[in-house]
Design a protein around this ligand. Structure first.
Ligand code: HEM
Length: 446
């Protein structure tokens, strides 16, 4: 809001009529009903909405129902083969299957769509010189003292969003906090501002939906993603060119994209503009809706478990303890419940024969409730080693952004938990597979 306009609003707020308007807004504004309004960043086609909206589907696919099925499978049939698909459920097998990355490959799963949209990106590549080269070029961009920068950026945007919600006494965790914070983090830390906030959110959700959640290759989701990529690709190439010019003129930037472009100028990396575009595009697609979904699901779990919420509030200023509780409660509804891999030649997992050309669903969600590796799995604990969590996958494709997630997600969750007398105004609502609206009320301070 422009400063003059903001000053005027604040002047009005303190008058008796301003106070009355705020009270009416807070107490009498209807809470959104059963479904979120369709917004410009929605990517779920009209004919699929009834599927996601159905109570029966929601119940059958819920994390708790899946957990019961996995408990049974782990005991009686830990590796199930159904036609050309297989499910792996025990912790030890999940970890080993993800480690056997030359037998259980990812290119067949991710590369076709990545090549159709973005061009090669290392999450669609198997063990190869190109994988190592591109992944390590990006890793080298991360500085040893990166945590301070990540913390500063995430805190600033989180504080801004919470401040804006304070006078209202109500916040939508998705659209008024987690998604904009992750979006602004992409501007400040990854270095990609986008033409405007809504367009960036639309592009990134459309691409993420098609690349990772469109299991039936629904054509309308593909078309939406293709349109988004036709806009994002040229935008990024222009941005790279402009950034290079500014760097040449001596302007100083400290973000991921600028470091890559600077490295290109000084010969520290051999990326051409298209390689920078492909890689930065992969990072930003992986950074927005993931962060928003994960933070929202963790907050929802905390609210569903008042004892955990109370413990979390007690350790809110202890970054490490708080992080442990966030990751442990996240097991009860993790975001990426299974890693998909392809078995080309046929193999054996835990004595079970996997036929050639089988798609594997390696259930990390199931593994994190396997008593043999996760003692006391139904208790939320703060002493499990962070590296054991499988929320971010495992093996060579383990999430590149995990160092960010360990800082940014607890900051977003803590921002909400610091509000007094938190209560959900409605259940968590979805835009297709994306948690999209979760309105909480709280006591207005002072
Ligand atoms: C809470 C947020 C996030 C979650 C839950 C998440 C989850 C995951 C998972 C499960 C994988 C492994 C996929 C597989 O093995 O098939 C992965 C890989 C990856 N993630 Fe994330 N991610 C998150 C945030 C981020 C962020 C912020 C970035 C970028 C800055 C990012 C970039 C990547 C990349 C590049 C890979 C591929 C790594 C490789 O192939 O070596 N992710 N992520």
């Amino acid at each position: 809001m422009p400063a003059a306009y903001r000053a005027f609003v604040e002047e009005l707020r303190v008058t008796p009529s301003g106070q009355l308007a705020l009270t009416l807004y807070r107490e009498h504004r209807p809470v959104p009903a059963s479904a979120p309004a369709y917004h410009p960043t929605s990517t779920t086609p009209q004919h699929i909405i009834p599927y996601y909206g159905s109570r029966v589907v929601a119940t059958l696919t819920s994390a708790s129902v899946q957990r019961c099925v996995f408990n049974w499978l782990r005991k009686h049939k830990p590796v199930v083969v159904i036609g050309k698909r297989a499910i792996v459920t025990r912790a030890v097998d999940v970890k080993q299957t993800l480690a056997r990355d030359t037998e259980f490959t990812i290119a067949e799963i991710n590369a076709p769509n990545m090549l159709r949209l973005n061009g090669p990106f290392f999450l669609g590549m198997d063990r190869s010189p190109q994988y190592s080269h591109e992944q390590s070029t990006l890793r080298r961009v991360i500085k040893p003292d990166e945590a301070a920068l990540i913390r500063r950026v995430a805190r600033k945007h989180c504080d801004d969003m919470i401040q804006a919600a304070l006078p209202i006494g109500r916040i939508d965790v998705v659209s008024q906090l987690a998604r904009p914070v992750a979006r602004r983090f992409i501007t400040d830390y990854l270095g990609v501002p986008g033409p405007d906030e809504v367009t960036m959110m639309r592009w990134l959700r459309a691409l993420f939906h098609d690349l990772f959640l469109n299991l039936s290759n629904e054509r309308s989701i593909q078309v939406t993603a293709e349109q988004a990529f036709h806009e994002l690709g040229p935008y990024l190439l222009t941005l790279i060119e402009q950034r290079r010019e500014l760097l040449k003129q001596g302007q100083v930037f400290d973000d991921f994209l600028s470091r890559l472009v600077q490295g290109q100028l000084t010969g520290q990396n051999d990326f051409d503009d298209d390689a920078i575009r492909r890689n930065i595009s992969g990072l930003i697609v992986g950074a927005l809706d993931t962060t928003s979904m994960a933070s929202t699901l963790i907050i929802e779990q905390m609210l569903a478990k008042p004892d955990v919420m109370q413990r979390a509030k007690q350790v809110i200023d202890d970054e490490q303890k708080f992080l442990h509780l966030c990751f442990d409660v996240f097991r009860f509804n993790t975001m990426a419940a299974a890693m998909r891999r392809y078995c080309k030649q046929g193999a054996v997992i835990a004595g079970v024969k996997i036929p050639p050309d089988t798609e594997l669903f390696i259930s990390t969600a199931s593994a994190m409730f396997d008593e043999s590796a996760w003692p006391d799995p139904y208790t939320v604990r703060d002493d499990r080693p962070l590296d054991d969590y499988l929320h971010f996958g495992d093996g060579m494709h383990r999430c590149f952004g995990e160092y960010i997630n360990r800082i940014q997600i607890p900051i977003i969750v803590a921002g909400v938990l610091r509000l007094d007398t938190l209560k959900p105004c409605s259940r968590l609502l979805y835009d297709g597979p994306f948690p999209d609206q979760y309105v909480l009320s709280f006591d207005v301070p002072g």
